[in-house]
Write a protein that binds this ligand. Structure first.
Ligand SMILES: [Zn+2]
Ligand SMILES: [Zn+2]
Ligand SMILES: [Zn+2]
Length: 170
């Protein structure tokens, strides 16, 4: 069972999450012989700004100016980078929010479900074998070929539940 719910819902040194994500991305791109260009890195860094999914417009907004060159970064450039990051499995698209979030465990094959807080917007990515097996078997019985699996669950994270200040089990 994979999950990043502890980090997604509780305060922590998020700089470490960003650093780890960028390091992983670089390693995976090197291993896959694809280029992790500065713009791709900047888009990934922007998406990893928090554990809340970010819409494409917000990403474009954040990226409006290239700090290094002072040049405007155009939306199509950003969209192409988003496509690249999706293809590489470095980010996921949350359909119900039409937004993107960094994957905490890229490079290891996983089928996701997301616990999305409707109050603060934080999304924790999880993957659990029993769930994946159930879906696989059900699809098989229906002779259905699964191509992608994204389950999005809405609710309240521990921080946002009014009567729970204890936090959740880790
Ligand atoms: Zn973090
Ligand atoms: Zn993932
Ligand atoms: Zn919340």
């Amino acid at each position: 069972m994979l999950t990043n719910s502890r980090l997604a819902y509780h305060s922590h040194d998020h700089k470490r999450c960003i650093h780890a994500a960028l390091t992983r991305a670089k390693t995976l791109c090197d291993a896959g012989h694809v280029r992790f260009t500065p713009i791709r890195e900047a888009v990934l860094r922007t998406i990893w700004a928090s554990h809340r999914p970010l819409g494409a417009y917000d990403i474009v907004d954040h990226m409006a100016l290239d700090a290094a060159s002072g040049k405007r970064i155009l939306a199509p450039t950003v969209y192409r980078s988003i496509e690249f990051l999706l293809e590489q499995g470095l980010i996921h698209r949350i359909a119900t929010l039409n937004a993107y979030i960094g994957c905490p465990f890229p490079g290891n094959h996983h089928s996701d479900f997301f616990l999305i807080c409707r109050e603060c917007g934080s999304a924790a990515e999880c993957s659990a074998d029993p769930l994946n097996i159930a879906i696989e078997q059900t699809a098989k019985r229906a002779h259905f070929k699964v191509e992608s699996q994204m389950i999005e669950i809405a609710g309240l994270c521990p921080e946002c539940q009014p009567d729970n200040q204890q936090g959740c089990e880790q």
